[in-house]
Design a protein around this ligand. Structure first.
Ligand SMILES: *Cc1c(COP(=O)(O)O)cnc(C)c1O
Length: 361
């Protein structure tokens, strides 16, 4: 890497590909001869229209999004989608199924309780969210309007190893794994993701929504929190996060250059395997998540000793490997290794692990 940049293992906002930042910098002051920055353009100008239309079509192509789905570029983060999904869908029957496999899915369920009855279809809290419940353990409510789950659990470092089978639409938080591998969009009713993990900068939230869902927001639902408003106005009821959308376009161009999602998935698997293998063969570090459920994006580990963990994190920072501290609710360490983390960063982290361990034998 150039520009004296460091390896940033933050869970989000996280690293962006260096090529994307270089291109953004080169286009910052004068975008394609317009004499202004994308940040300064009217969202209703023809120049900007060209950008948003092309970003949407790139995302549709790369993720293979079927035509009967809308792609929305919203604000408010994934957290606002915890509310919005429930506000727009739960009233059909008054209840919904939620699977609790970590902090964010818990927050989504708690938010949904304001708008209807939440059935906890499954929870892995009994073993500190270290596993993913099996299909046969899901206690589905026959009356549910939808089933909500979080595909990749950013804080604990686990990931669903199968797509749940239900008779109702799947609503899925993919904030920390979207664009890391191909997924079958047609299996979902709604997919949402805050951009700041794998798509671009904070401030943009991407929502992929099936147009035929039975939206039923109550009368008093604020206009911006209604999917039908956003679908009808193509994310332009008000000013969308214009620069974030542009930057997502640059990230998508980079994914194309890398060979698309199949190739991204291959690289991500290799990166994760290198790190997990090293940690599995360690007599100092322990991994928190059972093997079949390990995340490819967030690797959580600990020595089991807070003081030693702190030494590890401090020494890593001094070596240019930053933000390895685990989330405050999980403790230990977490290496977030999204698309933009180069293989070089994983190798550097493994070298540091080798050194740290050797010094303590
Ligand atoms: C980061 C994250 C969130 C929260 O996203 P915000 O954009 O900060 O609201 C929700 N869910 C998952 C899975 C996340 O990784």
């Amino acid at each position: 890497m150039g520009h004296n940049r460091i390896f940033n293992f933050s869970a989000g906002p996280s690293m962006l590909p260096e090529k994307v930042l270089e291109r953004a910098a080169s286009e910052l002051l004068n975008y394609k001869g317009t004499g202004c920055s994308v940040m300064e353009m009217s969202h209703r100008s023809s120049e900007y229209d060209e950008i948003i239309v092309s970003v949407e079509s790139k995302l549709r192509r790369i993720m293979n999004i079927p035509d009967d789905y809308s792609v929305l570029f919203l604000q408010g983060g994934a957290t606002m989608q915890f509310s919005m999904t429930a506000m727009n869908l739960i009233a059909k029957t008054g209840c919904a199924d939620y699977a609790i496999t970590g902090s964010f899915s818990q927050k989504a369920a708690t938010e949904a309780e304001k708008f209807g009855t939440v059935n906890i279809a499954a929870s892995s809290e009994d073993k500190k969210f270290s596993y993913i419940p099996r299909q046969s353990d899901l206690k589905l409510d026959p009356n549910a309007s939808y089933f909500h789950y979080c595909l990749n659990n950013t804080i604990y470092g686990s990931k669903w190893d199968y797509v749940p089978e239900t008779d109702v639409p799947l609503v899925c938080d993919m904030s920390s794994c979207i664009l890391s591998e191909p997924i079958d969009v047609s299996k979902y009713g709604i997919i949402y993701a805050g951009a700041q993990k794998n798509m671009g900068p904070a401030g943009l939230t991407v929502v992929i929504v099936k147009n035929s869902l039975p939206f039923c927001p109550p009368e008093d639902t604020p206009i911006l929190l209604r999917y039908p408003t956003m679908i009808k106005n193509k994310s332009m009821y008000n000013t969308p996060p214009t620069y974030g959308i542009y930057l997502l376009g640059l990230v998508l161009d980079w994914i194309d250059e890398m060979g698309g999602l199949e190739e991204m998935a291959k690289i991500n698997r290799e990166k994760a395997e290198m790190l997990y293998n090293r940690l599995d063969n360690s007599n100092l570090f322990k991994l928190g998540i059972e093997k079949p459920y390990r995340s490819m994006m967030n690797v959580t580990f600990t020595t089991g000793d807070d003081e030693l963990d702190n030494q590890f994190i401090k020494g890593a920072t001094e070596s240019g490997l930053i933000s390895l501290k685990g989330h405050r609710s999980a403790g230990g360490m977490r290496a977030s290794i999204y698309n933009a983390m180069p293989v070089e960063g994983i190798k550097r982290l493994i070298n540091y692990i080798d050194k740290f361990e050797a010094e303590r034998q």
